[in-house]
Design a binder for this molecule. Structure first.
Ligand SMILES: NC(=O)c1ccc[n+]([C@@H]2O[C@H](COP(=O)([O-])OP(=O)(O)OC[C@H]3O[C@@H](n4cnc5c(N)ncnc54)[C@H](O)[C@@H]3O)[C@@H](O)[C@H]2O)c1
Length: 325
């Protein structure tokens, strides 16, 4: 779909990946971008620079994907929908019922409302979590779904529903399976923070960085900016239906990650290893990005070390600002 003069609804647009996507969207000659978010985890401050643009609005009447009437109403005159709203991995682990409500029922509501309002395309945030541990490296999109956790299972359900709506009602969609996303605006203080933020926190406090496992566990760390661009490419593409890995195609072990963070910060290394007893944590996950490169013209543009420096700088400034408040 050509983006020119089109109107987009960004569900979960005040969150981490969503807010970066809004920023990329308004660099294009789109007509309007409406953010639909219940601010459960999203923040207005994530949209600060975007809200300087007259093209961007935050939905006035709230925005919860469990409120069908408000959801359907917000889709009036919309051309394309980006769907980011979800509960995160560890939260789904602790609260499976809420995970089902938001990630499965909520996603059904989004797709069904889009179908009713004849939305041209949905770009859905899936996850590499659908795969579980990698049986081959890098994992192609045909890799089996070996997820063993609730989060992964909700994403599998979301993907399956999109497929069913496509074949039953011709609802077009692209689903993006992001690898491990990092970058500015990533949550670093809540109950559910990702591995890079946990490591930075320990380094800040001069505590040991704890690696659960041997340190050889490897992941594909991808910049949030690559993910945001991938969303735009997915909406722009002529693809009517499909799932794509979004990562860098490169693997980084946890020990290398910890060492890189220590080197950037110039601090003395304190790393310890503990047995991994957490069933939500996979050991290996690197995505093959050939299909996304071919169909969506996606390439990863951000080098990990450069990206980590940017993240560290943002985190330090953000912490300082919060302390001054
Ligand atoms: N961050 C990652 O590493 C990663 C990796 C793979 C997939 N994903 C997926 O990408 C998407 C975006 O992730 P993120 O890291 O930006 O998460 P995030 O939590 O920062 O953003 C999600 C947004 O959805 C909103 N939201 C939650 N429940 C809602 C509801 N019921 N109605 C309306 N809005 C609601 C939140 O307030 C938040 O702003 C999610 O679907 C996530 O599962 C993220």
């Amino acid at each position: 779909m050509k983006l020119k003069n089109k109107r987009f609804l960004v569900i979960g647009g005040a969150g981490f990946i969503g807010s970066h996507t809004v920023e990329y969207l308004i660099k294009n000659d789109v007509k309007e971008v409406i953010v639909f978010d219940n601010f459960f985890r999203g923040k207005k401050e994530n949209l600060m620079s975007s809200l300087n643009s007259k093209k961007v609005k935050v939905l006035e009447h709230g925005g919860d994907i469990l409120q069908n009437d408000i959801l359907e109403n917000s889709l009036m005159g919309i051309d394309g929908v980006f769907h980011f709203a979800a509960l995160w991995l560890l939260q789904c682990h602790e609260y499976p019922e809420s995970a089902f409500k938001t990630n499965v029922e909520g996603t059904f509501n989004v797709i069904n409302s889009c179908r009713k309002k004849k939305i041209k395309k949905i770009v859905f945030s899936s996850s590499a979590s659908v795969y579980g541990d990698a049986l081959e490296e890098p994992m192609p999109e045909t890799h089996p779904f070996n997820s063993k956790n609730f989060y992964g299972s909700t994403k599998i359900a979301g993907e399956a529903m999109l497929n069913a709506f496509h074949y039953r009602y011709n609802q077009n969609y692209v689903g993006l399976r992001y690898m491990n996303v990092y970058g500015p605006r990533q949550d670093y203080s809540g109950a559910y923070v990702a591995v890079i933020m946990k490591m930075l926190d320990s380094i800040d406090k001069n505590e040991y960085v704890t690696i659960f496992g041997s340190g050889k566990e490897s992941f594909d760390f991808v910049s949030v900016k690559d993910c945001a661009r991938a969303n735009i490419l997915a909406m722009e593409s002529e693809i009517k239906q499909g799932f794509y890995n979004i990562g860098t195609g490169k693997k980084t072990s946890l020990i290398k990650l910890a060492n890189t963070l220590y080197n950037i910060l110039g601090k003395k290394k304190k790393i310890r290893f503990k047995k991994n007893t957490n069933s939500t944590l996979v050991k290996n996950r690197i995505g093959c990005i050939k299909k996304a490169a071919h169909d969506l013209k996606y390439v990863s543009k951000f080098d990990l070390e450069k990206g980590l420096k940017e993240l560290i700088l943002w985190r330090e400034n953000h912490k300082k600002k919060n302390e001054e408040k």
